[in-house]
Design a protein around this ligand. Structure first.
Ligand code: GLN
Length: 543
């Protein structure tokens, strides 16, 4: 049976619980254990798919088509374990399942209640799909004391009894703030937050204390005393220089050793950190730098493009260069002079995924600039669709070319797709259907043209990449666009859905309908990002 590690947060939000869970999982993995990380989100949305990126950051998509919290991206990037539908659940989904069962009459006349029905559903979720694992790490979103997270806390309390205390460990992540006027680190918020947890019947085994200054022994002892844990189980967590140093830093502070000790498992060996040392060495000692402009809509909040910025950094690591990202608001680019001034210094231009018309003319103008100046260009999802619209208007002379996503058009270069082949057969959508969970989602295969640039980049003729979109490039226009120089070099295996376009006459110009950034890992950079950054390095020698 898998052992469980629960991760809760106290004092404030944004303590980096997701990164902590990912780093702990990476350390256990480096000791040879099989791990999986799960996220419990207490909000009432069924999944984050319909939430604005401004509210919630990026929506991370799994191979099996779940729209999940962005922490699942950290989990994948740190462990290399592909997340699944069963790795993220929200209160909304739990209640939806229960209410559907209640309507069907499955509860046979019982009164349906938070305890036991909601807590049972949470426990079932935690325990599903855990064969062949040594450790399941469950991160609880939100902060202890929130009304919304109470059923999750109660489920943890019960689960610790159900499967035995010896099979569970609870790590509570807290903040130890530094008060400059007093010149002191303060432990009181941590004490209060642990008291909140114990009032719910939960005693933490380890405390991971985020702090800006080293935690003196005296304060560590004080926290241990007041919070009823061993002094060694109070782990200081100072800010790291980069997220890739976090696993090593936590190991040096004793996190993995103490977790194993809490389980009563032999903790004498050491994790094999070779992978992390290499990643952090590449990140810390770059041999050059490039600047990539990301022309998007949600540039005010970088969490909205979390996987993308990570994948660019990974591409940099593959080439031993630092990648500077300029976040550019596409709406600013509707004036061509502003556009040239901002884009000229760049070594690569990337138009990422997005929804809606706002800023689209700026995106199209950026594609045009990249094409005319032969600057490396990478279009992702909406970015690829904009590259096709740009090609239609400017190299295939189709005036009025557009996408039906922005309204009626006589020249629908990109249009709504209501039928496609999924893994389970034909999938259908109604034009006026629900917005939640109804896109082409998850991994789909694509066939690459043998002579194409992308075939050489991937070093493979068949690929599988993750999708999240409602519209597709219209195959009726393929011939016209190809005559203008935009080549369709990747298609769905049945030849119906365009997956990749490229311009072979330019140095590096690729548009993809999927999201390659979701599969990039620091120790295994995605080939498209590695290649794009390589082209940017070459470009930097020209400008
Ligand atoms: N809005 C576009 C669509 O739905 C692109 C989506 C995206 O970029 N993820 O097809």
């Amino acid at each position: 049976m898998a052992r469980y590690i629960f991760i809760t947060g106290g004092v404030v939000s944004s303590l980096g619980k997701g990164l902590m869970a990912a780093s702990l999982a990476a350390l256990l993995q480096a000791r040879g254990y099989r791990v999986r990380i799960r996220k419990f989100d207490p909000y009432l949305n069924v999944d984050p798919g319909t939430m604005s990126p401004y509210q919630h950051g990026e929506v991370y998509v799994t191979d099996d088509g779940a729209e999940t919290d962005l922490d699942l991206g950290h989990y994948e990037r740190f462990t290399g374990v592909s997340a699944r539908q069963s790795d993220n659940v929200t209160s909304g989904r739990i209640y939806q399942t229960i209410i559907q069962k209640e309507r069907r009459g499955d509860y046979l006349g019982a009164t349906v209640q938070v305890i036991p029905h909601v807590t049972d559903a949470i426990k079932a979720f935690a325990q599903a799909d855990t064969e062949d694992l040594d450790f399941v790490l469950c991160e609880i979103g939100g902060t202890v004391g929130d009304i919304e997270s109470l059923p999750f806390m109660e489920a943890i309390r019960q689960l610790r009894n159900d499967i035995g205390y010896e099979n569970t460990v609870l790590v509570h992540v807290t903040l130890v703030p530094y008060i400059a006027a007093a010149g002191e680190l303060k432990t009181k918020p941590t004490q209060h937050s642990v008291r909140e947890l114990t009032s719910l019947g939960i005693q933490p085994d380890l405390l991971l204390c985020r702090c800006e200054q080293p935690l003196p022994e005296s304060e560590r002892r004080k926290i241990a005393l007041f919070c009823n844990v061993r002094k060694e189980a109070v782990i200081p967590a100072l800010d790291a220089k980069s997220i890739y140093d976090v696993p090593r830093q936590y190991h040096e502070e004793g996190l993995d050793t103490e977790v194993l000790r809490a389980f009563g498992i032999d903790n004498k060996g050491k994790p094999d950190m070779a992978r992390w040392d290499d990643v952090s060495e590449r990140y810390t000692n770059p041999e050059g730098e490039v600047t990539i402009g990301v022309v998007g809509k949600y540039v005010g909040l970088q969490d909205a493009y979390k996987s993308l910025s990570e994948a660019l950094v990974h591409g940099g690591m593959a080439n031993r260069v630092k990648v500077n990202i300029e976040w550019l608001d596409a709406e600013m680019f509707e004036n061509p002079e502003d556009l040239a001034a901002q884009l000229e210094p760049l070594h690569g231009i990337l138009v990422p995924g997005g929804f809606g018309e706002r800023g689209s003319e700026g995106k199209i103008a950026s594609v045009k600039f990249a094409r005319e100046r032969n600057v490396p260009f990478f279009g992702i999802c909406l970015g690829m669709q904009m590259a096709c619209v740009e090609a239609a208007r400017n190299t295939s002379h189709i005036a009025g070319a557009s996408t039906t996503e922005f309204g009626d058009t006589d020249e629908p270069i990109v249009g709504l797709i209501t039928e496609w082949m999924g893994a389970e057969g034909l999938e259908k959508r109604a034009e006026d259907g629900d917005l939640g969970g109804t896109m082409r989602l998850g991994a789909y295969p694509a066939k690459l043209d043998g002579n194409s640039h992308v075939r050489a980049i991937y070093d493979s003729e068949e690929i599988s990449e993750r999708h999240r979109h409602r519209y597709e490039v219209n195959t009726k226009y393929v011939e016209t666009l190809e005559n203008g120089g935009l080549i369709f070099s990747g298609m769905s295996p049945d030849g119906e859905l365009p997956e990749i376009v490229e311009r072979p006459d330019l140095n590096w110009f690729v548009g993809v309908q999927f999201h390659p950034e979701l599969k990039s890992r620091p120790f295994d950079p995605h080939p498209l990002f590695a290649s794009f950054i390589k082209a940017a390095v070459e470009q930097s020698r020209l400008v």
